[in-house]
Design a protein around this ligand. Structure first.
Ligand code: ACO
Length: 454
Protein backbone atom coordinates (compact mmCIF):
# COMPACT_ATOMS: atom_id res chain seq x y z
CA UNK A 1 0.00 0.00 0.00
CA UNK A 2 2.70 2.48 1.03
CA UNK A 3 4.65 1.62 -2.11
CA UNK A 4 1.59 2.27 -4.23
CA UNK A 5 1.00 5.69 -2.63
CA UNK A 6 4.67 6.52 -3.04
CA UNK A 7 4.42 5.68 -6.74
CA UNK A 8 1.42 8.03 -7.12
CA UNK A 9 3.30 10.86 -5.40
CA UNK A 10 6.43 10.35 -7.48
CA UNK A 11 4.30 10.28 -10.62
CA UNK A 12 2.82 13.63 -9.54
CA UNK A 13 6.36 14.95 -9.03
CA UNK A 14 7.37 13.78 -12.51
CA UNK A 15 4.41 15.66 -14.00
CA UNK A 16 5.26 18.80 -12.01
CA UNK A 17 8.88 18.68 -13.19
CA UNK A 18 7.85 18.08 -16.79
CA UNK A 19 5.30 20.90 -16.82
CA UNK A 20 6.96 23.64 -14.84
CA UNK A 21 10.61 22.85 -13.96
CA UNK A 22 12.06 24.32 -10.80
CA UNK A 23 13.66 27.69 -11.53
CA UNK A 24 13.73 29.80 -8.40
CA UNK A 25 12.41 33.34 -8.28
CA UNK A 26 15.54 35.41 -7.54
CA UNK A 27 13.75 38.16 -5.60
CA UNK A 28 12.48 35.66 -3.06
CA UNK A 29 15.32 33.17 -2.87
CA UNK A 30 18.55 34.94 -2.03
CA UNK A 31 20.17 36.60 0.93
CA UNK A 32 19.39 40.27 1.11
CA UNK A 33 21.07 43.35 2.50
CA UNK A 34 18.71 45.22 4.74
CA UNK A 35 17.08 47.63 4.17
CA UNK A 36 15.49 46.11 1.12
CA UNK A 37 13.66 47.85 -1.70
CA UNK A 38 10.54 46.12 -2.96
CA UNK A 39 7.25 47.02 -4.56
CA UNK A 40 4.43 46.64 -2.09
CA UNK A 41 0.78 46.26 -3.00
CA UNK A 42 -2.30 46.49 -0.81
CA UNK A 43 -2.37 43.82 1.88
CA UNK A 44 1.47 43.94 1.96
CA UNK A 45 1.51 41.98 -1.31
CA UNK A 46 5.11 41.73 -2.48
CA UNK A 47 6.53 43.02 0.81
CA UNK A 48 9.54 41.16 2.18
CA UNK A 49 8.98 40.80 5.92
CA UNK A 50 12.04 38.74 6.88
CA UNK A 51 14.54 36.16 5.72
CA UNK A 52 13.85 32.52 6.46
CA UNK A 53 15.46 29.15 5.81
CA UNK A 54 12.35 27.23 6.86
CA UNK A 55 10.53 26.94 3.56
CA UNK A 56 10.04 28.34 0.09
CA UNK A 57 7.00 28.52 -2.16
CA UNK A 58 7.99 28.66 -5.81
CA UNK A 59 4.83 30.04 -7.33
CA UNK A 60 5.90 30.06 -10.96
CA UNK A 61 7.30 26.52 -10.93
CA UNK A 62 4.61 25.04 -8.67
CA UNK A 63 7.12 23.78 -6.12
CA UNK A 64 7.14 23.76 -2.34
CA UNK A 65 10.39 23.34 -0.43
CA UNK A 66 10.86 22.66 3.28
CA UNK A 67 14.42 23.27 4.50
CA UNK A 68 15.80 22.47 1.04
CA UNK A 69 13.74 19.32 0.47
CA UNK A 70 11.08 19.04 -2.23
CA UNK A 71 7.70 18.42 -0.61
CA UNK A 72 7.02 15.69 -3.20
CA UNK A 73 9.98 13.71 -1.81
CA UNK A 74 8.99 14.38 1.80
CA UNK A 75 5.46 13.10 1.11
CA UNK A 76 6.78 10.05 -0.73
CA UNK A 77 9.41 8.99 1.78
CA UNK A 78 8.89 10.60 5.20
CA UNK A 79 6.27 11.16 7.88
CA UNK A 80 4.73 14.20 9.54
CA UNK A 81 6.91 13.60 12.60
CA UNK A 82 10.05 13.58 10.44
CA UNK A 83 8.96 16.72 8.61
CA UNK A 84 8.10 18.53 11.84
CA UNK A 85 11.52 17.67 13.22
CA UNK A 86 13.05 18.96 9.99
CA UNK A 87 11.15 22.25 10.15
CA UNK A 88 11.98 22.85 13.82
CA UNK A 89 15.59 21.66 13.84
CA UNK A 90 16.70 22.46 10.30
CA UNK A 91 17.92 18.93 9.50
CA UNK A 92 16.29 15.55 9.00
CA UNK A 93 16.55 13.44 12.16
CA UNK A 94 18.72 10.35 12.55
CA UNK A 95 16.84 7.19 13.46
CA UNK A 96 17.60 7.73 17.15
CA UNK A 97 16.59 11.40 17.04
CA UNK A 98 13.34 10.49 15.32
CA UNK A 99 12.54 7.78 17.88
CA UNK A 100 13.17 10.23 20.72
CA UNK A 101 11.12 12.92 19.03
CA UNK A 102 8.19 10.57 18.46
CA UNK A 103 8.37 9.50 22.12
CA UNK A 104 8.36 13.17 23.19
CA UNK A 105 5.27 13.88 21.08
CA UNK A 106 3.54 10.74 22.28
CA UNK A 107 4.10 11.68 25.93
CA UNK A 108 2.81 15.20 25.34
CA UNK A 109 -0.42 14.08 23.67
CA UNK A 110 -1.99 13.52 27.07
CA UNK A 111 -3.56 16.78 28.26
CA UNK A 112 -6.31 15.65 30.67
CA UNK A 113 -6.21 18.87 32.68
CA UNK A 114 -6.64 21.00 29.57
CA UNK A 115 -9.54 18.83 28.40
CA UNK A 116 -11.19 19.07 31.80
CA UNK A 117 -10.93 22.86 31.75
CA UNK A 118 -12.22 22.89 28.18
CA UNK A 119 -15.20 20.70 29.07
CA UNK A 120 -16.28 23.10 31.77
CA UNK A 121 -17.05 25.62 28.99
CA UNK A 122 -19.98 25.67 26.56
CA UNK A 123 -17.94 24.12 23.75
CA UNK A 124 -21.05 22.86 21.99
CA UNK A 125 -21.96 26.49 21.32
CA UNK A 126 -18.54 27.32 19.93
CA UNK A 127 -16.96 27.16 16.50
CA UNK A 128 -14.28 24.39 16.50
CA UNK A 129 -11.50 26.91 15.89
CA UNK A 130 -12.67 29.07 18.79
CA UNK A 131 -12.65 25.99 21.02
CA UNK A 132 -9.16 25.09 19.77
CA UNK A 133 -7.93 28.58 20.58
CA UNK A 134 -9.43 28.30 24.05
CA UNK A 135 -7.80 24.89 24.44
CA UNK A 136 -4.41 26.38 23.57
CA UNK A 137 -5.02 29.05 26.20
CA UNK A 138 -5.73 26.37 28.81
CA UNK A 139 -2.61 24.55 27.67
CA UNK A 140 -0.72 27.77 28.33
CA UNK A 141 -1.99 27.91 31.90
CA UNK A 142 -1.22 24.26 32.54
CA UNK A 143 2.16 24.04 30.86
CA UNK A 144 3.81 27.31 31.62
CA UNK A 145 4.59 29.68 34.37
CA UNK A 146 4.41 32.59 31.96
CA UNK A 147 1.97 34.52 34.09
CA UNK A 148 4.41 34.91 36.96
CA UNK A 149 6.32 38.20 37.12
CA UNK A 150 9.67 36.37 37.09
CA UNK A 151 8.80 34.56 33.91
CA UNK A 152 8.09 37.65 31.83
CA UNK A 153 10.65 38.36 29.09
CA UNK A 154 13.01 41.05 30.34
CA UNK A 155 12.13 44.12 28.34
CA UNK A 156 14.73 46.27 30.14
CA UNK A 157 17.51 44.41 28.33
CA UNK A 158 16.00 45.18 24.97
CA UNK A 159 17.16 48.28 23.18
CA UNK A 160 13.66 49.39 22.38
CA UNK A 161 10.47 47.47 22.71
CA UNK A 162 8.12 50.23 21.65
CA UNK A 163 8.65 51.54 18.18
CA UNK A 164 6.02 54.17 18.64
CA UNK A 165 8.76 56.09 20.40
CA UNK A 166 11.08 55.86 17.39
CA UNK A 167 10.72 58.14 14.38
CA UNK A 168 10.15 55.69 11.50
CA UNK A 169 10.38 58.05 8.53
CA UNK A 170 13.69 56.44 7.65
CA UNK A 171 14.33 52.82 6.89
CA UNK A 172 16.40 51.20 9.64
CA UNK A 173 19.97 51.48 8.34
CA UNK A 174 23.02 50.09 10.05
CA UNK A 175 24.72 46.85 10.81
CA UNK A 176 22.54 43.80 11.03
CA UNK A 177 23.13 43.45 14.74
CA UNK A 178 22.16 47.05 15.26
CA UNK A 179 18.95 46.61 13.34
CA UNK A 180 17.61 43.89 15.54
CA UNK A 181 16.48 44.95 18.95
CA UNK A 182 16.38 41.65 20.74
CA UNK A 183 19.46 39.55 20.56
CA UNK A 184 19.60 35.96 21.65
CA UNK A 185 21.14 37.00 24.95
CA UNK A 186 18.58 39.69 25.60
CA UNK A 187 15.93 36.98 25.65
CA UNK A 188 17.64 35.57 28.74
CA UNK A 189 16.62 32.38 30.48
CA UNK A 190 12.88 32.98 30.15
CA UNK A 191 12.58 32.82 26.41
CA UNK A 192 9.07 33.40 25.11
CA UNK A 193 9.49 30.21 23.11
CA UNK A 194 11.56 27.06 23.41
CA UNK A 195 11.52 23.75 21.60
CA UNK A 196 9.82 21.88 24.43
CA UNK A 197 6.87 24.29 24.31
CA UNK A 198 6.63 23.83 20.54
CA UNK A 199 6.56 20.05 21.05
CA UNK A 200 3.76 20.53 23.60
CA UNK A 201 1.66 22.48 21.14
CA UNK A 202 2.29 20.18 18.18
CA UNK A 203 1.48 17.11 20.27
CA UNK A 204 -1.52 18.47 22.15
CA UNK A 205 -3.43 20.31 19.41
CA UNK A 206 -4.69 17.07 17.76
CA UNK A 207 -5.94 15.89 21.16
CA UNK A 208 -7.82 19.16 21.67
CA UNK A 209 -9.31 19.16 18.15
CA UNK A 210 -10.45 15.54 18.44
CA UNK A 211 -11.88 16.07 21.94
CA UNK A 212 -13.79 19.19 20.90
CA UNK A 213 -15.20 17.38 17.89
CA UNK A 214 -16.38 14.44 19.98
CA UNK A 215 -17.84 16.59 22.75
CA UNK A 216 -19.80 18.59 20.18
CA UNK A 217 -21.11 15.31 18.76
CA UNK A 218 -22.27 14.28 22.24
CA UNK A 219 -19.45 11.75 22.70
CA UNK A 220 -16.62 11.49 25.21
CA UNK A 221 -13.02 12.25 24.21
CA UNK A 222 -10.79 9.27 23.47
CA UNK A 223 -7.40 8.66 25.11
CA UNK A 224 -4.46 9.02 22.70
CA UNK A 225 -3.18 5.64 21.49
CA UNK A 226 0.48 5.17 22.44
CA UNK A 227 1.21 2.75 19.57
CA UNK A 228 -0.06 4.98 16.78
CA UNK A 229 1.85 7.63 14.87
CA UNK A 230 0.75 11.28 14.84
CA UNK A 231 -1.64 11.02 11.85
CA UNK A 232 -3.12 7.64 12.75
CA UNK A 233 -3.62 8.64 16.37
CA UNK A 234 -5.34 11.85 15.31
CA UNK A 235 -7.83 9.92 13.17
CA UNK A 236 -8.24 7.37 15.97
CA UNK A 237 -9.03 10.07 18.55
CA UNK A 238 -11.61 11.63 16.19
CA UNK A 239 -13.38 8.50 15.03
CA UNK A 240 -12.76 6.05 17.86
CA UNK A 241 -11.39 3.38 15.55
CA UNK A 242 -8.00 2.78 14.03
CA UNK A 243 -7.73 4.02 10.43
CA UNK A 244 -6.88 1.76 7.50
CA UNK A 245 -3.27 1.87 6.27
CA UNK A 246 -4.38 3.95 3.29
CA UNK A 247 -6.24 6.45 5.47
CA UNK A 248 -3.27 6.73 7.83
CA UNK A 249 -0.86 7.40 4.97
CA UNK A 250 -3.16 9.91 3.27
CA UNK A 251 -3.74 11.83 6.51
CA UNK A 252 0.00 11.83 7.12
CA UNK A 253 0.60 13.25 3.62
CA UNK A 254 -2.14 15.87 4.11
CA UNK A 255 -0.48 16.97 7.37
CA UNK A 256 2.93 17.19 5.66
CA UNK A 257 1.45 19.25 2.83
CA UNK A 258 -0.12 21.83 5.16
CA UNK A 259 2.82 22.12 7.57
CA UNK A 260 4.35 25.30 6.15
CA UNK A 261 3.65 27.73 3.34
CA UNK A 262 5.75 30.87 3.39
CA UNK A 263 4.51 34.10 4.96
CA UNK A 264 0.82 33.29 4.73
CA UNK A 265 -1.63 35.28 6.88
CA UNK A 266 -1.72 32.92 9.88
CA UNK A 267 2.06 32.48 9.95
CA UNK A 268 2.49 36.23 9.77
CA UNK A 269 -0.10 36.76 12.51
CA UNK A 270 1.76 34.25 14.71
CA UNK A 271 5.06 35.99 14.09
CA UNK A 272 3.69 39.47 14.66
CA UNK A 273 2.48 38.45 18.12
CA UNK A 274 5.73 36.59 18.86
CA UNK A 275 7.77 39.63 17.81
CA UNK A 276 6.33 41.60 20.73
CA UNK A 277 7.91 38.94 22.99
CA UNK A 278 4.51 37.76 23.97
CA UNK A 279 4.68 33.97 24.43
CA UNK A 280 4.24 31.17 21.93
CA UNK A 281 0.79 30.16 23.21
CA UNK A 282 -0.57 33.64 22.54
CA UNK A 283 1.22 33.62 19.18
CA UNK A 284 -0.30 30.30 18.14
CA UNK A 285 -3.68 31.59 19.34
CA UNK A 286 -3.28 34.45 16.85
CA UNK A 287 -2.37 31.98 14.10
CA UNK A 288 -5.49 29.94 14.84
CA UNK A 289 -7.62 33.09 14.76
CA UNK A 290 -6.18 34.15 11.38
CA UNK A 291 -6.57 30.67 9.91
CA UNK A 292 -10.25 30.65 10.86
CA UNK A 293 -11.09 33.21 8.15
CA UNK A 294 -12.74 31.90 4.97
CA UNK A 295 -10.12 33.60 2.80
CA UNK A 296 -7.45 31.45 4.40
CA UNK A 297 -8.43 28.17 6.05
CA UNK A 298 -11.98 27.71 4.94
CA UNK A 299 -11.95 27.39 1.14
CA UNK A 300 -12.00 23.58 1.18
CA UNK A 301 -15.47 23.61 2.74
CA UNK A 302 -16.66 25.88 -0.09
CA UNK A 303 -15.08 23.53 -2.65
CA UNK A 304 -16.98 20.54 -1.23
CA UNK A 305 -20.22 22.53 -1.23
CA UNK A 306 -19.66 23.39 -4.89
CA UNK A 307 -19.11 19.73 -5.80
CA UNK A 308 -22.24 18.75 -3.92
CA UNK A 309 -24.20 21.48 -5.65
CA UNK A 310 -23.01 20.23 -9.07
CA UNK A 311 -24.08 16.74 -8.05
CA UNK A 312 -22.79 14.77 -11.06
CA UNK A 313 -19.95 14.96 -13.56
CA UNK A 314 -22.42 15.50 -16.40
CA UNK A 315 -23.61 18.76 -14.80
CA UNK A 316 -20.16 20.35 -14.58
CA UNK A 317 -20.15 22.36 -17.80
CA UNK A 318 -23.56 23.92 -17.35
CA UNK A 319 -22.84 24.75 -13.70
CA UNK A 320 -19.50 26.29 -14.59
CA UNK A 321 -20.94 28.35 -17.44
CA UNK A 322 -23.54 29.79 -15.03
CA UNK A 323 -20.98 30.62 -12.37
CA UNK A 324 -18.59 32.29 -14.78
CA UNK A 325 -21.40 34.23 -16.46
CA UNK A 326 -22.23 35.65 -13.01
CA UNK A 327 -18.50 36.41 -12.58
CA UNK A 328 -18.30 34.20 -9.52
CA UNK A 329 -15.03 32.58 -8.47
CA UNK A 330 -14.79 28.81 -8.41
CA UNK A 331 -13.72 27.66 -4.95
CA UNK A 332 -10.54 25.59 -4.87
CA UNK A 333 -9.02 27.26 -7.93
CA UNK A 334 -6.43 30.02 -8.29
CA UNK A 335 -3.79 31.15 -5.84
CA UNK A 336 -2.06 34.41 -4.99
CA UNK A 337 1.41 32.84 -5.27
CA UNK A 338 1.01 29.75 -7.46
CA UNK A 339 0.51 30.60 -11.08
CA UNK A 340 1.34 26.99 -11.92
CA UNK A 341 -0.34 23.84 -10.60
CA UNK A 342 -0.28 23.85 -6.77
CA UNK A 343 1.97 20.88 -5.85
CA UNK A 344 -0.25 20.09 -2.87
CA UNK A 345 -3.28 19.64 -5.14
CA UNK A 346 -1.17 17.58 -7.52
CA UNK A 347 -0.54 15.13 -4.68
CA UNK A 348 -3.94 15.19 -2.98
CA UNK A 349 -5.91 14.74 -6.25
CA UNK A 350 -4.67 11.19 -6.97
CA UNK A 351 -4.92 10.32 -3.26
CA UNK A 352 -8.58 11.41 -3.18
CA UNK A 353 -9.24 9.09 -6.10
CA UNK A 354 -7.42 6.27 -4.32
CA UNK A 355 -9.49 6.80 -1.16
CA UNK A 356 -12.70 6.77 -3.20
CA UNK A 357 -11.90 3.15 -4.12
CA UNK A 358 -12.25 2.27 -0.41
CA UNK A 359 -15.30 4.55 -0.03
CA UNK A 360 -17.57 4.09 -3.08
CA UNK A 361 -20.16 6.49 -1.60
CA UNK A 362 -17.76 9.33 -2.44
CA UNK A 363 -17.07 8.28 -6.03
CA UNK A 364 -19.63 10.62 -7.60
CA UNK A 365 -18.02 13.62 -5.89
CA UNK A 366 -14.53 12.52 -6.93
CA UNK A 367 -15.60 12.05 -10.56
CA UNK A 368 -17.30 15.44 -10.50
CA UNK A 369 -14.08 16.97 -9.15
CA UNK A 370 -12.05 15.35 -11.91
CA UNK A 371 -14.25 16.82 -14.65
CA UNK A 372 -14.37 20.25 -13.01
CA UNK A 373 -10.58 20.27 -12.79
CA UNK A 374 -10.23 19.30 -16.48
CA UNK A 375 -12.69 22.01 -17.52
CA UNK A 376 -11.08 24.76 -15.40
CA UNK A 377 -7.54 23.89 -16.50
CA UNK A 378 -8.63 23.76 -20.15
CA UNK A 379 -10.31 27.18 -19.89
CA UNK A 380 -7.91 29.05 -17.57
CA UNK A 381 -4.73 27.03 -16.98
CA UNK A 382 -2.54 28.38 -19.76
CA UNK A 383 -4.31 31.69 -20.24
CA UNK A 384 -4.62 32.89 -16.63
CA UNK A 385 -2.46 30.55 -14.55
CA UNK A 386 -5.52 29.25 -12.69
CA UNK A 387 -5.18 25.66 -11.48
CA UNK A 388 -6.64 23.69 -8.58
CA UNK A 389 -5.21 24.75 -5.23
CA UNK A 390 -4.76 22.61 -2.12
CA UNK A 391 -8.30 23.31 -0.96
CA UNK A 392 -9.86 21.75 -4.02
CA UNK A 393 -8.81 18.27 -2.96
CA UNK A 394 -8.15 18.48 0.80
CA UNK A 395 -11.86 18.70 1.67
CA UNK A 396 -12.60 15.78 -0.62
CA UNK A 397 -9.88 13.72 1.03
CA UNK A 398 -11.16 14.48 4.55
CA UNK A 399 -14.77 13.91 3.59
CA UNK A 400 -13.96 10.57 2.02
CA UNK A 401 -12.39 9.58 5.33
CA UNK A 402 -15.72 10.37 6.99
CA UNK A 403 -14.53 13.58 8.63
CA UNK A 404 -17.09 16.28 9.27
CA UNK A 405 -16.57 19.57 7.42
CA UNK A 406 -16.25 21.42 10.77
CA UNK A 407 -12.95 19.59 11.18
CA UNK A 408 -11.35 20.79 7.96
CA UNK A 409 -9.86 24.04 9.25
CA UNK A 410 -8.83 22.58 12.65
CA UNK A 411 -6.96 19.81 10.76
CA UNK A 412 -5.15 22.56 8.87
CA UNK A 413 -4.17 24.13 12.23
CA UNK A 414 -2.96 20.78 13.61
CA UNK A 415 -0.53 20.63 10.71
CA UNK A 416 0.39 24.30 10.29
CA UNK A 417 1.41 24.62 13.94
CA UNK A 418 4.67 22.98 12.79
CA UNK A 419 5.42 25.89 10.43
CA UNK A 420 4.13 28.51 12.88
CA UNK A 421 6.46 27.32 15.63
CA UNK A 422 9.47 26.71 13.34
CA UNK A 423 9.26 30.19 11.84
CA UNK A 424 8.67 31.83 15.21
CA UNK A 425 11.74 30.18 16.74
CA UNK A 426 13.80 31.22 13.74
CA UNK A 427 12.52 34.81 13.80
CA UNK A 428 13.14 35.29 17.51
CA UNK A 429 16.81 34.45 17.04
CA UNK A 430 17.13 37.97 15.62
CA UNK A 431 13.87 39.51 16.62
CA UNK A 432 12.62 42.89 15.56
CA UNK A 433 9.10 43.87 16.48
CA UNK A 434 6.88 44.10 13.37
CA UNK A 435 5.76 47.67 12.92
CA UNK A 436 4.75 48.80 9.42
CA UNK A 437 3.18 52.19 8.90
CA UNK A 438 -0.13 53.30 7.47
CA UNK A 439 -0.50 56.31 5.21
CA UNK A 440 -2.80 58.79 6.92
CA UNK A 441 -5.54 59.94 4.57
CA UNK A 442 -7.65 61.80 7.14
CA UNK A 443 -7.81 65.51 7.66
CA UNK A 444 -5.72 67.76 9.93
CA UNK A 445 -6.45 70.78 12.11
CA UNK A 446 -10.12 70.10 12.89
CA UNK A 447 -11.41 72.32 15.67
CA UNK A 448 -12.86 70.45 18.66
CA UNK A 449 -16.57 71.23 19.11
CA UNK A 450 -18.06 70.75 22.57
CA UNK A 451 -20.69 67.99 22.73
CA UNK A 452 -23.59 70.36 23.14
CA UNK A 453 -22.71 72.14 19.85
CA UNK A 454 -22.54 68.99 17.67
N1 ACO B 1 -12.40 31.11 -10.40
C1 ACO B 1 -12.56 31.87 -11.50
N2 ACO B 1 -11.74 32.88 -11.81
C2 ACO B 1 -10.71 33.11 -11.00
C3 ACO B 1 -10.49 32.35 -9.84
C4 ACO B 1 -11.38 31.30 -9.56
N3 ACO B 1 -11.22 30.53 -8.47
N4 ACO B 1 -9.39 32.83 -9.21
C5 ACO B 1 -8.96 33.85 -9.94
N5 ACO B 1 -9.75 34.04 -11.03
C6 ACO B 1 -9.60 35.07 -12.06
C7 ACO B 1 -10.20 36.37 -11.58
O1 ACO B 1 -11.55 36.47 -11.87
C8 ACO B 1 -9.31 37.36 -12.29
O2 ACO B 1 -9.77 37.43 -13.62
P1 ACO B 1 -9.72 38.83 -14.44
O3 ACO B 1 -8.26 39.14 -14.56
O4 ACO B 1 -10.39 38.51 -15.72
O5 ACO B 1 -10.46 39.83 -13.59
C9 ACO B 1 -7.95 36.71 -12.32
O6 ACO B 1 -8.20 35.31 -12.24
C10 ACO B 1 -7.08 37.11 -11.14
O7 ACO B 1 -7.84 36.95 -9.97
P2 ACO B 1 -7.46 37.55 -8.54
O8 ACO B 1 -8.58 37.34 -7.60
O9 ACO B 1 -6.94 38.93 -8.73
O10 ACO B 1 -6.26 36.60 -8.18
P3 ACO B 1 -5.55 36.56 -6.82
O11 ACO B 1 -4.23 35.97 -7.08
O12 ACO B 1 -5.59 37.84 -6.12
O13 ACO B 1 -6.50 35.59 -5.99
C11 ACO B 1 -7.44 33.81 -4.80
C12 ACO B 1 -6.17 34.38 -5.46
C13 ACO B 1 -7.97 34.77 -3.73
C14 ACO B 1 -7.05 32.49 -4.13
C15 ACO B 1 -8.49 33.55 -5.89
O14 ACO B 1 -7.95 32.71 -6.89
C16 ACO B 1 -9.77 32.95 -5.33
O15 ACO B 1 -10.60 33.68 -4.80
N6 ACO B 1 -9.95 31.60 -5.44
C17 ACO B 1 -11.13 30.94 -4.92
C18 ACO B 1 -11.04 30.76 -3.39
C19 ACO B 1 -10.00 29.74 -2.99
O16 ACO B 1 -9.92 28.65 -3.53
N7 ACO B 1 -9.16 30.09 -1.98
C20 ACO B 1 -8.12 29.19 -1.43
C21 ACO B 1 -6.76 29.69 -1.72
S1 ACO B 1 -5.55 28.53 -1.15
C22 ACO B 1 -5.40 28.80 0.50
O17 ACO B 1 -5.66 29.83 1.03
C23 ACO B 1 -4.87 27.67 1.36
Amino acid sequence: MIDHIRKLILEAKRKADAESGSNVEPQFAQKIDWPVTCTVGPGLEGAIACESAVGYVNGSAGKLIYRGYDVFDLCAYSTFEEVTYLLLHGELPTEEELDNFKAELCRRRHVPRTLRQLMSNPIEEMNDMAALRLGVDFLRRTHSKVDTIEARPRSETAISSDEDSIPMEKAPYGEKKAIYEFTKNALGPNKPVDLATCYDLIAAMPTIVAAVHRIKAGKLPIEPHPDLGHAANFLYMIRGEKPSLLEEKVMDVALILHADHGMNASTFATMVVASTLSDIYFSIGAGIAALNGPLHGGANEAAIKALQEIGHKDNVRAWLDGKLARKEKIPGFGHRVYKAYDPRARILGPLAKELAKEHPECRTLTETAEVLEEEMVRRFGESKGIFPNVDFYSGLVYMTMGLDHHLFTPIFAVSRVAGWTARTIEYLENNRIFRPRAVYTGSFDKKYKPLAER
